[in-house]
Design a protein around this ligand. Structure first.
Ligand code: FAD
Length: 289
């Protein structure tokens, strides 16, 4: 049996170079709540594990200008949750992240790990897509930026190539009169994977929606930004007729699997229900209810 080597990288360069040289046989280690389970069960057999938790930039939450945050890829759920300003600005992202596992898992699990694991059901992903978040990636050719809705290529697959590492997540400047929400449906109330996840992010001016982003998880091979559903909300007061139309567009966009945890019909129907509920929560948050 071949041994797995361990490297605790201190800089982005060191991590990227080591990953690149390993030619596909290395894995980055953030909280390890996915990776270590996969290694233990034999699903993944990396020759090199590169610990990235010691790289300062990956473990920092920065307010780069007023109401504009960049969150390091390895920041744990527990640490993000302790940032009062971020929590106030992005309650939907926080509630999505807080659904991941338990208190113990939250102490380790990162947004970056949730994203890079590539699961279509990762809870934080629809919330990040709805937020309009951008992935900052470092690789052998330097840094690049990709919107989160373009980050996944299929179950377990992302745009990251050999040597590329997610460095941080850039959130847009939070406008006033905006808020977000995330809801998921699971067969069990705790410690389960979403059968459907729905993230919404809206702005209201004088009760009229001026910006909207809707995202669904676990209903297709990748998490989805539902562009047409988002667009028809703009210029409306989000009344129940509009929300019916938005829900129908969400339902149309679904292309889920049938499995023991939810049928195609069930997942599709639930997507419409979660959409309406998430929008109402975001509206309440904007109005301070
Ligand atoms: C008991 C339990 C309950 C869970 N419940 C949920 C749940 O309810 N919802 C949910 O969505 N998930 C859940 N998970 C899965 C897991 O906790 C999350 O996906 C978590 O966010 C992963 O983060 P991590 O930092 O531990 O990632 P890791 O395990 O360290 O990494 C995950 C993957 O991403 C790669 N990676 C990590 N960081 C980077 C980076 N910066 N750049 C490139 N690649 C990177 C790793 O190589 C690995 O392939 C659960 C896991 C457990 C064990």
């Amino acid at each position: 049996m071949s041994e797995t080597q361990y490297l605790a990288a201190k800089t982005i360069d060191e991590a990227v170079t080591a990953h690149s040289k390993a030619n596909g046989s290395a894995r980055f280690l953030a909280g390890g709540t996915d990776l270590l389970v996969q290694i233990k069960s034999g699903i993944k057999k990396p020759k090199l594990v590169i610990d990235i938790k010691k790289i300062v930039e990956l473990n920092t939450i920065k307010e780069v200008s007023d109401n504009e945050f960049v969150v390091g890829a390895s920041v744990s759920g527990a640490n993000l949750n302790r940032n009062n300003k971020f929590t106030k600005l992005w309650p939907g992202v926080i509630e999505a992240f807080r659904l991941i596992g338990s208190e113990q898992i939250q102490g380790r699990a990162s947004l970056g790990g949730n994203l890079c694991n590539g699961s279509p059901a990762g809870d934080s992903v629809p919330a990040l897509i709805a937020a309009g978040c951008i992935a900052i990636i470092a690789g052998p050719d330097g840094k690049k930026e990709i919107p989160i809705e373009n980050f996944h290529k299929g179950p377990g697959k992302t745009v990251l190539e050999n040597g590329e590492m997610l460095v941080s997540l850039k959130f847009p400047k939070r406008e006033i009169n905006s808020s977000d929400a995330y809801l998921r449906m699971t067969p069990r109330t705790e410690m389960d994977i979403a059968v459907v996840g729905c993230g919404v992010n809206i702005t209201l001016e004088n009760n009229v929606c001026t910006a909207a982003r809707v995202s669904l998880g676990a209903v297709a091979p990748t998490p989805l930004l539902i562009k047409d559903a988002s667009d028809i909300m703009i210029g409306t007061d989000l009344n129940s007729d509009i929300l019916d139309k938005v829900a129908n567009l969400c339902i149309k966009a679904c292309n889920p699997i049938n499995d023991k945890r939810g049928t195609i019909d069930y997942r599709t129907k639930v997507a419409g229900v979660l959409l309406k509920r998430s929008v109402l929560i975001a509206i309440d948050r904007i109005k301070g209810n």
